[in-house]
Design a protein around this ligand. Structure first.
Ligand code: NAD
Length: 377
């Protein structure tokens, strides 16, 4: 039972205890999410304000109890864009980045270092900052996972289990990143439904599928508020991708700008679901901010925006750079791409928690050119 003492209810657990002690008011997080024992703050200032005006007291309590967020994999492709948005949303002092290797020198924020597989190390960080939410992004991606399947299993599964256990034991809300890699060659490749055949043939996909089921298990068994989306290939300019099969959709922009030509590791007719990073970040924050009763899928949501072939992407680039040339030398990643859907049906996410994308192929290409040209100058 959550200790809510304000005229608001707990979105996550359905708890509402009107008229309980005033000290419990300081345990209320943003948006009526209930507080956690670890989040109790000194209420003396609030007590004085409260004697003047209940509403001000409530507002002060809510603002003091901003969420404290931990991000794993904060300097990867997604984390590099997500962390600054979370800092804007929750305040720089309330976002903790868990670095591992390759930590940028110019990171502006709170930094901790550690390995996600180490429960004690992660627990110490969670207690130190009274973490209330975790965005768990750290993972080995598809192409790297195929070259190191044992490490991929260890990092992806044991790392997730550590955070599911910590979320259960510390009443934290958890975001975990799944992927279109949960689908496999036996899945319908067009308009892939939310519920469908899931028989992935990569170690990465196996860990994502097992991870989805583990998330659902922790929700059903322990009530852990875990939320997840199946990202498609993500296109961004801030950080380079970390060894996935859809990396070509980013690399093509770098090589277009720097060399005027690109050699692609999948065939020109290869179509995969993709998304511009700003849309992915919006979806990630939206699902975490949605009331708990809107999140009905506790495995992971299909999450889609645009699908295009490499040729269509190259043609879009040629509209802005007519001299651009592409050659095709498919390698082992072609087989991975061929095992994934071409288009994904994400109606369930759109209906249940209001997911909507903004960037189409043309708009995404414009932004990638503009930002990468500045970055590479
Ligand atoms: N980028 C995409 O296109 C895409 C698509 C689908 C799903 N995803 C998923 O989204 C999440 C984030 O992806 P990304 O592209 O930002 O990944 P990335 O490879 O760019 O970054 C992952 C980060 O995890 C960190 N890491 C790896 N092992 C660690 C460990 N043992 N302890 C602590 N940190 C460790 C690495 O340092 C790296 O910075 C992953 O779970 C990935 O599977 C990404």
């Amino acid at each position: 039972m959550c200790n809510i003492g304000l005229s608001t209810s707990c979105d996550n657990h359905g708890c509402w205890r009107a008229g309980e002690g005033r000290e419990s008011a300081a345990m209320v997080g943003r948006g009526g999410v209930c507080g956690r024992a670890s989040s109790i703050v000194d209420t003396s200032t609030l007590e004085r304000t409260y004697s003047l005006n209940t509403e001000i007291y409530i507002q002060a309590a809510v603002s003091i109890m901003a969420e404290v967020v931990l991000v794993t994999g904060p300097f990867g492709q997604i984390g590099s864009d997500l962390v600054p948005e979370l800092q804007k949303l929750h305040g720089k002092d309330n976002v903790i980045a868990l670095g591992h290797r390759n930590i940028p020198d110019d990171f502006d924020g709170i930094l901790e270092k550690g390995d996600i597989r180490n429960y004690e190390e992660m627990e110490a960080i969670i207690k130190k900052y009274n973490i209330t939410q975790v965005y768990h992004l750290a993972s080995l991606l598809s192409a790297v996972g195929e070259s190191k399947p044992d490490v991929a299993w260890d990092v992806n599964m044991n790392g997730l289990k550590v955070f599911l256990d910590l979320a259960r034991d510390n009443n934290m809300k958890l975001f975990w990143a799944s992927s279109i890699a949960v689908f496999g060659p036996t899945t319908p490749r067009e308009n892939t439904p939310q519920k469908t055949v899931l028989e992935p043939t990569t170690m990465y996909g196996v860990t994502k599928l097992a991870g989805e089921l583990l998330c659902q298990y922790y929700f059903l068994k322990y009530g852990v508020d875990v939320r997840s989306i199946r990202y498609p290939g993500l296109i961004s300019w801030k950080a380079e991708p970390g060894g996935g099969t859809t990396d070509y959709a980013v690399a093509i922009f770098y090589d277009a700008i720097q060399k005027g030509k690109y050699t692609c590791f999948v065939k020109e007719e290869t179509v995969l679901p993709m998304m511009y990073m700003d849309d992915a970040i919006k979806g990630t924050i939206d699902i975490m901010e949605a009331p708990a009763d809107k999140i009905k899928v506790r495995t992971s949501y299909n999450h889609s925006a645009i699908s295009f072939s490499v040729k269509e992407l190259a043609d879009e680039i040629k509209k802005r750079m007519p001299e651009f040339e592409v050659e095709y030398e498919p390698d082992h990643r072609q087989a991975i791409a061929d095992s994934w859907p071409m288009t994904v049906d994400d109606t369930v996410a759109r209906e249940e928690w209001g997911w909507a994308h903004e960037f189409d192929l043309s708009k995404m290409t414009d932004v990638m050119f503009e930002e990468l040209k500045k970055k590479l100058q």
